[in-house]
Design a binder for this molecule. Structure first.
Ligand code: GZL
Length: 306
């Protein structure tokens, strides 16, 4: 190594430090906390990065403003977990004009493929299908009243999970009697479930499909407050596989969880380096997801990474 100030600045071996702006959705769920931790661990100085982090508190306008700020700071690359799919064309075109590559992690946008270099995340439609297949096997043969706790309106996971689940339960006797967004938060899930319980009562609802564990955990609180037994009087199928969700599954309060892996940091960091080096990368890079019954959760909960 030379004696130049660059090396002293922690660039290490004379490599230039990569300044990355990361526009995170916010801190709406346990999944998001795990994802943020994974990203911060992957974009560290000793790995050659200078990370500028922004969490937009689930506010799409604030997230777009954060990306504009990264552009004006002249970062080398931008990573975004888009809160909602639409509304990204203008700022992504501004990044393109500024010759700043964009990597999407977790959620996707409806923008054209040429406006971002690559995406890494989970297959939301498949997650919905897996949850729906389980529901169809368990309840499809009998009249089943289901309520749905939807994720953030306009987000890719909410749209795609609903679509996948709907495909899987087509032709069964599972009837959606109510569906409303709880914005992926525990409190949102609790409030929406309280409304459903006021309208239908514990006996009027057989199944809850929650787009994420945090809303399922909120629904558990509401069902118990209404004198019901979650996982028995009203069954729950959810998506994410965060620790609190898996614990509820072990405790018999949730009946099935489809995993959505939040540990995307290393893949995102690898994509940023490759894109900046001009290496060809896949446009779409999928993480791997599992699914768990109560028995399967008992076997793995002690050794899970999040
Ligand atoms: C899915 C992610 C979703 C999680 C929620 O990849 O975008 O957002 O399912 C999180 O828990 O809030």
């Amino acid at each position: 190594c030379g004696n130049s100030s660059d090396d002293a600045a922690g660039g290490g071996g004379g490599d230039k430090t990569i300044k990355v702006g990361f526009a995170q959705t916010g801190s709406e769920s346990g999944w998001r906390s795990a994802n943020t931790e994974s990203m911060k661990k992957a974009f560290t100085k000793d790995k050659g990065f200078d990370l500028v982090f922004n969490a937009a508190d689930n506010d799409p306008a604030a997230q777009i403003a954060a990306v504009r700020s990264f552009i004006s700071q002249g970062v080398d690359a931008i990573v975004i977990a888009p809160i909602v799919s639409d509304g990204w064309d203008d700022v992504l075109n501004e990044a393109k004009t500024a010759k700043i590559p964009v990597v999407l992690e977790d959620r996707t946008t409806s923008s054209a493929d040429d406006l971002y270099a690559s995406w890494v995340g989970d297959d939301f439609k498949k997650e919905g299908e897996t949850a729906g297949k389980w529901a169809a096997e368990q309840y499809g043969g009998k009249a089943t009243n289901m309520v749905v706790l939807e994720g953030t309106t306009g987000s890719a996971p909410a749209n795609d999970r609903a679509a996948g689940f709907g495909d899987a339960v087509k032709g069964t006797q599972i009837k959606t009697i109510a569906s409303q967004t709880g914005d992926f938060t525990r409190d949102g899930g609790k409030k929406v479930m309280e409304g459903f319980l006021q309208k239908y009562g514990v006996k009027g609802i057989n199944l809850v499909f929650a787009h994420n564990d945090d809303m399922a955990l909120g629904a558990i609180e509401a069902i118990e407050a209404a004198g019901g037994k979650p996982g028995t009087d009203i069954n729950i199928v959810s998506i994410d596989g965060v620790h609190d969700g898996m614990q509820a599954l072990v405790d018999g309060k949730i009946n099935y969880i489809v995993e959505c892996n939040p540990l995307l940091g290393d893949q995102a960091a690898d994509l940023v380096k490759k894109v900046l080096a001009g290496t060809t990368v896949e446009k779409k890079n999928f993480a791997t997801d599992g699914a768990f019954t109560q028995e399967q959760a008992k076997a793995v909960i002690a050794t899970r990474a999040y």
